[in-house]
Design a protein around this ligand. Sequence first.
Ligand code: AVI
Length: 326
Amino acid sequence: MTDISIMESIPIQTDTVFARDVSDGLNREPKQLPTKYHYDALGSQLFEAICKLPWYPITRSERILLLKERDAIINHASSPAVVIEMGSGSGEKVSILADRLNSMGRPTTIHLVDISKTALELGTHKLGRYPAIEIVRHEMSYIEGLRAAVGTLRSDQSVTVLFLGSNIGNMSAETSVQFLHDVHTELRTGDRLLLGTDLLKPEPDLLAAYDDPLGVTAAFNLNLLARINRELDADFDLRQFVHRVTWNSQNSCVESYVVSQREQTVCITGADCCVRLAKGEAIWTESSFKYTREQVRSLGSLAGFRVVDQWVESVSTFALTLFEVT
Ligand code: AVI
């Protein structure tokens, strides 16, 4: 018997939105597919596997920093402590803070925000071992979930928002500032944001992180086509596509593509469209932006936050930056 209480918000994503996004993206030049659709049940599991790969250091570096700095991070939290994680994934990261709050006997509410139902289930399972922690799940986009979570707070409660795993890296610099500004708008004076960001490193290390020799990242990327086949009744022949990554030094990002291996026509019945692909034509699926530590601080400052502290894991270069609303 456990006294964990789990509440859920209502999903916003519909198949119609998915169909429209896929059709819009494939009818653009160059062709593209929205990154967020990587995370169906299999995609979420493949991402979990990526996080364990020796070539993908983000998860390990962040874990080292969270373990080392968790007292400084939660120090400021009100009682009961309220933590909101946007893009909670498996719940692995927030559980490092939960573990500490639990051992200190601090009453805590943790809001998990993710568009993936599977991720929320994994997160709830992970946090299930802390009996005194209340878990609230929001199957929503980041800002919608943040708004729903903040809406449950009393006026004297402050919140620590987590945006970890370099999820910010999947947005361009302009979008990042706008996104952080939107986060700032939802928060109140004294609320804090902990941002995890992968830092710039040598190109071979970046390419290996996104094109691992075991092919797990390739499977993660190609699974997007498998998802479209299954959910939108499409006929992508997965064997006729390969995963490719490039380093865009001008924009400071790793770009991921699925590349057509021959001239072919693919029909997506559920999105009411057929698209022609040339041999070698690439469909963009993801950009992973890399920053310097100074650039990370300035992203937050431009969005209106004050920098409280920044911790860097210097072996594989990753930063945790703590911001505050003043
Ligand atoms: C979730 N996101 C921060 C990952 C990244 O590093 O861009 C997604 C990923 N794609 C391939 N490997 C990992």
